[in-house]
Design a protein around this ligand. Structure first.
Ligand code: SF4
Length: 181
């Protein structure tokens, strides 16, 4: 297994796919990693906050918030039907390469709390558009919400029911109360 952290290389420049010199030709770096993965049977632990690149290279995805895994699923399931509000918000920020397609964006309010002093109950409750009273006191466990899909949210079923991704492959969250900063 190989551990790759790509926060700088995939998102700082704003480019989805970085290019590198390889064998005398310009080859997209991420595609090179995918080729090596396929040809050599490699496994990567790929760490990034660029979800477009994560979707391109990953088979299974774990989403973390304040140092905890809040959702874990195969790529298709996670992108098509996220079960955690934080995943939903992240997906709503993925660029859509088609100006004709409109998409509502979920912008989370507030700052990320300190991991050294996390909020009680659900760590995401101070920013969650789905928050209810129970969330402020009861820590949600990571549980199986669908075959192979795990999420740490008391109300994952509602989150999944409110999210739809059009056939065109465009992410389109329809959360009950999207927020704006
Ligand atoms: S448990 Fe509550 S606050 Fe936490 S993610 Fe779910 S709905 Fe939001």
């Amino acid at each position: 297994m190989c551990c790759l952290s790509t926060n700088e290389t995939t998102s700082k420049s704003g480019q989805l796919i970085q290019r590198v010199r390889f064998g005398g030709s310009r080859t997209p770096a991420i595609n090179l990693l995918v080729d090596l993965q396929r040809d050599l049977g490699l496994s990567y632990l790929f760490i990034s906050h660029n979800l477009a690149v994560v979707e391109h290279i990953s088979h299974r995805i774990a989403v973390m918030y304040l140092g905890r895994i809040v959702e874990y699923a195969d790529k298709t399931t996670l992108f098509m039907r996220p079960g955690h509000p934080y995943t939903e918000a992240l997906l709503s920020a993925v660029p859509v390469p088609d100006p004709a397609i409109k998409r509502r964006k979920t912008v989370l309010e507030g700052d990320v709390p300190s991991p050294a002093n996390p909020p009680p109950g659900c760590r995401f409750h101070t920013r969650c558009p789905y928050v209810k009273e129970r969330c402020r006191t009861e820590t949600p466990l990571l549980r199986e919400i669908a075959p192979g899909q795990h999420a740490a949210c008391h109300f994952s079923e509602s989150v999944m029911a409110g999210f739809a991704r059009p056939a065109a492959g465009v992410i389109s969250p329809s959360s009950p109360s999207s927020t704006s900063a």
